[in-house]
Design a protein around this ligand. Structure first.
Ligand code: ARG
Ligand code: ASP
Length: 724
């Protein structure tokens, strides 16, 4: 008995310590399957991914390239986050019918709103193509030549490998160039907005609560995929019909309890779990602080205007949210990396790694890897910092400059490709920038410019500063640029772009906004980019070798490929955590917590009157639990940006939640995953249903769903276990 207990204890420690990882769904057989079963999974890995029959993966499309969604009805209804559908909801909103503030519900299919440019992509098939991609590269010693050959092979294979004509072949690298996998995909472009709660539910807590537990956000929105008469992808048409999916997720009404198995299925974007310590030091000490400071200033300016002017608030809501999101994440990540001593931990394992190299006699192959990393990271540092300043100030946060940069590229197109290409690009810009200017306010941007140019001039590496910014008076420069540049509104832009190439280029080179961008961009592209790219190529090659070495030498630890926007499975349990001394977080939040945070009229913490009524009358229908309404829960699933909107699935393959965030103490999980504090945050699916049904009265949508009760007839045995 004693032994059994010890064994169980060891087993628990083992599985807990080992959690984390984002796995390729076609390769779960073996170690993953065993672990998932041990954690409580009842379905088989074929239920998740099967090439020959429909399986769970057929219900989990990529949403617009950056988020995940899941099919929840036989009529192509999909669920994703409110923040993933945010710009679509915004684009249908005006001050008069403001769906961001009030929510939107289509009570009939005719009312569903089309969204130009929105895509939903299904993954049809996964296949390893490493040998074919690496063909003819073994003899190439020059890294650039090798990468070129690989790119050529990828292009050729994407064309030649079999697929249906409405499908696409996409080849992605895994383990930093050590493995290549083909994905056959199908992309739908007629995707219509079906429902969204008001922001006071879908974005409740806004930026204050973002990346934070305990959380009370109903972060969901609903869309529907439309297809042609053959159920294939087609451009928007009135004649299109709701898509019939190969699979859709049943929804469990039985909720979650601590230690329940959970699986999150989606498209994580990018992680860097295998960086050397020197790279992490650079992120913590140099890159993150620079980016944080820049966004801090940009956000404060925008916030000041948004609070005073409702039209600006709508114009800037989406941009603000996206800038604030990573600003806050970098702050949390930096803190977490420091607190968890990630650098020291990595240094320690690098020591062991070095010893292993000696022990296994691999000095020739891997002996200088870590020293080479040190050398190259030291050398790249000023270029990397300069690059971040250029990207954040010019390309990302000052919009007159980022527009100016598009015109700078236009001039480059003329120089390298001639008049025809120039005209094509010019016309595209004129059409494409119309939407941009709708959400642009020159007064706001001028203030941002002033602050960020000041930072650029004083904080970015001096050796790369263009002459015009040395000792610049940012306020005077701002006033000069925003008075005289034609880039400050759409009419001005169109005028600048009127005429033949000669006229346009002459006009551009007379515009103070354009000229400033040109000075910045010239300096950057001549003195920063080439050296940065060169060093970065070396680092990438080192990283590939380092990855190979880890796969070879660290045979006892489970190594998963870094996220790369391809479909992955991550799994774990519903679990609370202890963020700091004497503080324990439980894993489930309730509507009571929404009311605790309620601040009438506040733009982050207001609560809609109808929700307050439902709370008072406890009118939760079948969605409540013991008289309470669950809202969010957390688990040990290893997720990252791109996993938003991912389904959280129970042991039986039913939908129980909707992933949307991670907890503050664990935001460093992209670089260093610590299973004791890294948690993903999900909306409880019952809260989604409650809002759809009781709050919005969208019975039409509820009736499309397949609601199930997997736990109801559960044997007593499980209950006993929980009491220990
Ligand atoms: N942090 C979450 C993610 O990375 C949610 C972001 C949306 N919310 C926000 N307040 N910006 O996407
Ligand atoms: N909120 C993120 C997303 O949009 C998810 C995360 O970073 O945890 O994908």
């Amino acid at each position: 008995m004693k032994f059994l207990k010890l064994f169980l204890l060891l087993f628990v420690i083992q599985t807990q310590a080992q959690q984390g990882g984002m796995w390729i769904p076609s390769l779960l057989k073996g170690m993953n399957e065993t672990e998932m079963k041990n954690l409580g999974m009842k379905i088989s890995v074929q239920d998740i991914y099967d090439v020959n029959q429909s399986s769970m993966k057929d219900a989990v499309p990529h949403f617009n390239g950056g988020c995940t969604s899941e099919v929840i009805s036989p009529k192509g209804l999909i669920l994703t986050n409110h923040h993933c559908g945010f710009s679509q909801i915004q684009s249908h909103s005006t001050v008069d019918h403001d769906y961001l503030t009030d929510g939107f519900w289509a009570y009939k299919m005719e009312d569903e709103l089309p969204n130009e440019g929105l895509t939903v992509t299904f993954m049809v098939k996964i296949e390893d193509v490493t040998t074919a991609v690496l063909e003819g590269t073994a003899t190439l010693t020059n890294e650039a030549a090798k990468q070129k050959k690989i790119q050529e092979n990828i292009t050729a294979l994407s064309k030649s490998l079999p697929k249906e004509n409405w499908q696409e072949n996409k080849i992605r690298t895994f383990f930093e160039g050590n493995q290549y996998i083909l994905f056959v995909t199908e992309t739908f472009t007629d995707v219509r907005l079906v429902g969204a709660p008001p922001s006071s539910i879908g974005k409740f807590g806004s930026d204050t609560d973002n990346w934070v537990w305990p959380r009370h956000t109903g972060d969901f929105s609903l869309f529907r995929i439309y297809a042609d008469k053959n159920n294939r992808p087609a451009a928007y048409s009135k004649d299109n019909v709701p898509y019939t999916p190969k699979h859709f997720l049943p929804i469990s009404l039985d909720g979650v309890a601590e230690d329940d198995f959970t699986l999150v299925f989606g498209y994580p974007g990018k992680t860097n779990e295998y960086l050397p310590s020197v790279a992490i030091e650079q992120i913590v000490n140099e890159l993150n602080p620079a980016k944080i400071e820049i966004r801090d200033k940009a956000l404060k300016v925008a916030d000041g205007f948004m609070r005073k002017d409702n039209a600006i608030k709508i114009q800037y809501a989406s941009k603000y949210a996206s800038i604030a999101n990573y600003w806050k994440k970098w702050i949390g990540e930096t803190q977490g990396l420091k607190k968890s001593n990630a650098v020291a931990v990595k240094k320690e394992s690098e020591k062991e790694f070095q010893q292993k190299i000696v022990k296994t006699g691999k000095e020739k192959e891997y002996g200088t890897l870590l020293a080479d990393f040190d050398k190259n990271y030291t050398e790249i540092a000023p270029y990397a910092v300069a690059r971040d300043y250029f990207t954040e100030v010019v390309l990302r946060n000052t919009e007159l400059l980022s527009t100016g940069y598009k015109l700078y590229q236009l001039e480059e197109v003329y120089k390298s490709k001639g008049e025809q290409s120039f005209n094509d690009r010019k016309n595209n810009l004129i059409a494409g920038l119309a939407d941009f200017y709708k959400n642009f306010n020159a007064t706001v941007d001028e203030k941002v410019f002033e602050q960020l140019i000041e930072l650029y001039a004083t904080k970015s590496p001096k050796q790369f500063l263009p002459k015009g910014l040395v000792n610049v008076n940012a306020k005077n420069l701002a006033s000069e640029v925003y008075t005289k540049s034609q880039l400050k509104n759409y009419a001005g832009l169109k005028q600048l772009l009127t005429g033949d190439a000669g006229t346009v280029l002459a006009n551009l080179n007379n515009d103070p906004g354009f000229l400033l961008v040109k000075e910045l961009a010239d300096k950057y592209s001549k003195e920063v980019a080439p050296k940065y790219d060169e060093l970065n190529l070396t680092i990438t090659a080192l990283q590939r070798t380092y990855m190979k070495a880890q796969l070879e030498l660290n045979t006892e630890s489970r190594i998963f490929p870094d996220a790369n926007s391809t479909l992955r499975v991550t799994y774990g349990k519903v679990k609370g955590y202890e963020p700091k001394d004497a503080t324990v977080y439980t894993p489930v939040t309730y509507l009571d917590g929404v009311m605790e945070k309620y601040i009438p009229g506040d733009y982050e913490f207001d609560v809609p009157a109808k929700l307050i009524d439902l709370y008072k009358t406890k009118d939760y229908g079948p969605y409540g639990e013991n008289g309470k309404m669950p809202v969010c829960f957390i688990g040990t699933n290893h997720t990252t940006g791109g996993n938003s909107g991912s389904p959280a699935i129970d042991a039986n393959g039913n939908l129980i939640g909707l992933n949307f965030d991670r907890v503050w103490e664990g935001t460093m999980s992209d670089i260093y995953y610590d299973p004791s504090i890294c948690r993903n945050i999900m909306v409880d699916i019952r809260y989604v249903l409650f809002i759809m049904d009781k709050y919005a009265g969208a019975k039409n949508l509820i009736s499309e769903l397949k609601l199930v009760h997997p736990k109801k007839n559960k044997p007593l045995k499980n209950k006993k276990l929980k009491q220990k």
